[in-house]
Design a protein around this ligand. Structure first.
Ligand code: ADP
Ligand code: AMP
Length: 213
């Protein structure tokens, strides 16, 4: 199963991608997570990406395409993957098509979670993440069992640096201008499956399951 999951920032990509990856036993390729790890380690990639991420801008296409090329060539992606956060621009989607052609593989579907912008502010303002294992929580919709502690690894959960109001505004602008055109791109290829993302987490999971079945 080779899938792309698309949504506005905070639309539930990571939450649903993680479910899909458990179900199909395939890796979740999450570009935001790869970049945050690089920033934490202050690698060359991390130092380069940090300023874009903190302000809510997209990291340049060339950098992102290189990351994806090397990640998708790893052996764990041989039986499939869920792309979460990539592609985010038309040039990224075109580069991905080229890579698939080179590797002689095909995309099965693009899942698009449609979530209105006013909901996004509520989701991101109340999102908490584990800085150690990357698990995601929501203080109301999906809280950890013990307050402020990650269920998975026991670390203290925190708010992401780019979940501030000013960065959210910029991220939504980037989404509208650069990512939304991908909906037409994938629709014209007959791959787009639109799901109402403004439902409970379990309802969205069921709707995705139904669309894929
Ligand atoms: P993305 O990966 O698209 O940025 P996340 O999966 O991190 O989005 O979800 C953003 C926030 O919204 C998280 O706090 C998550 O727990 C919460 N969330 C995800 N899906 C839903 C939903 N269907 N209803 C309510 N909250 C949700
Ligand atoms: P995310 O965790 O998906 O919300 O991504 C966090 C941030 O990482 C984004 O706001 C961008 O700055 C950067 N990023 C992640 N994926 C991409 C991508 N495919 N293209 C450009 N920037 C990206």
């Amino acid at each position: 199963m080779r899938l792309i999951i698309m949504a506005p920032p905070g639309g539930g990509k990571g939450t649903q991608a993680s479910e899909l990856c458990d179900r199909y036993e395939i890796p979740q390729v999450e570009t935001g997570k790869i970049l945050r790890k690089a920033v934490k380690e202050q690698s060359e990639l991390g130092r380069r990406a940090e300023k874009y991420m903190n302000s809510g801008e997209l990291v340049p296409d060339q950098v992102m395409v290189e990351i994806i090329r090397s990640r998708l060539r790893k052996p764990d992606c041989e039986n499939g993957f869920v792309l979460d956060g990539f592609p985010r621009t038309i040039p990224q989607a075109e580069a991905l098509e080229e890579l698939f052609e080179e590797e002689d593989i095909e995309l099965d579907a693009v899942i698009y979670l449609n979530v209105p912008e006013q909901i996004i502010y509520q989701r991101l303002g109340r999102r908490r993440v584990c800085p150690e294992c990357g698990s995601t929580y929501h203080l109301d919709a999906n809280p950890p069992e013990v307050e402020s502690i990650c269920d998975n690894c026991g670390s203290d959960i925190v708010q992401r640096d780019d979940d501030r109001k000013d960065a959210i505004k910029k991220r939504l602008q980037e989404y509208r201008n650069k990512t939304k055109p991908l909906l037409e791109f994938y629709k014209s290829r007959g791959l787009l499956n639109e799901i109402d993302g403004d439902q409970s987490i379990d309802e969205v999971t069921s709707a995705i399951k139904e669309a894929l079945d």
